[in-house]
Design a protein around this ligand. Structure first.
Ligand SMILES: [Zn+2]
Length: 270
């Protein structure tokens, strides 16, 4: 599943590429890419409509139209779209009256056409803090985390606390904060809460600025097929067995936290 920085980067890029353009045709090659209640006829009902803005929901990008219906794309892969030519298997293609078509790659999306008036009810926003909407103060951040129990890592992975973080960014954030993933937030003092809050904002900001992250296990690309530039700045993810760049004593390792693998520096994350 796409994590918040890449999901927001795709939203912005898609919005830039399609908003204001008139949909000429939608050619569905793979009916299995359509969700329940949406057949090729529902997709074709968007032909002639003008795309408005692209909005983000958890795991979803939705293209608005002036026809009163949204094309809702539930994302199932990290590189779902192409604006460039190529031979990747395509589930469906949206052609506009001007500009390059949008290809949605096979196996990456489940598409439905949803009436505008029911979209907010069928696709509510995230329950937790949405950091792509802007940074929050450390006190707002602390209030969301404290008193919920569980490990620090499990809290950061919980969408009802902070929206859209997955294993890549949670492990990077915890390294930057210098905190062990199995710590109990309820025992944190002000200083540790501030450090954690700062690390979350900084890592997400830098990752988005650099165009996101792409690893072997997380094959994100933009609409041109380009991988993310933050990959070079990763400190623990993808660096198991290598020396820690901060303390230079520790070796980046995998620890089992809540039964799941977490990548950490066992020396300087305390
Ligand atoms: Zn270290």
């Amino acid at each position: 599943m796409l994590e918040l920085p890449e999901l927001e980067l795709l939203r912005r890029e898609l919005d830039r590429e399609v908003a204001g353009r008139k949909i000429k045709s939608i050619a569905v090659g793979e009916k299995s890419a359509l969700g329940s209640g949406t057949g090729p006829a529902a997709m074709a009902s968007l032909e002639g409509a003008k795309a408005t803005s692209v909005v983000r929901r958890p795991g979803v990008l939705a293209i608005g139209t002036d026809a009163g219906r949204r094309l809702v794309l539930e994302l199932r892969g990290p590189a779902p779209f192409r604006r460039t030519k190529g031979d990747e298997p395509t589930a469906f293609t949206v052609t506009f009256t001007q500009g390059a078509p949008l290809r949605v790659l096979k196996g990456t999306v489940r598409a439905t056409v949803v009436p505008e008036e029911s979209f907010d009810a069928t696709h509510p926003g995230p329950g937790g803090i949405d950091l792509a909407e802007g940074a929050v103060s450390w006190m707002v951040f602390a209030r969301a985390l404290v008193g919920r129990g569980g490990s620090l890592r499990s809290l950061l992975l919980d969408d009802t606390v902070i929206a859209g973080l997955g294993p890549v960014y949670v492990d990077e954030i915890l390294w930057h904060a210098g905190l062990r993933p199995d710590r109990n937030v309820d025992q944190f003092g002000t200083q540790e809460l501030r450090r954690l809050s700062r690390a979350v904002s900084e890592v997400l900001h830098e990752a988005m600025k650099a165009g996101g992250t792409t690893t072997d296990a997380y094959g994100f690309t933009d609409l041109g097929g380009k991988p993310g530039g933050y990959t070079d700045q990763l400190e623990v993810v993808g660096r198991v067995g290598k020396p820690c760049r901060r303390c230079r004593r520790g070796t980046v390792a995998v620890a089992k936290i809540d039964g799941k693998p977490a990548t950490i520096c066992p020396e300087c994350q305390v």
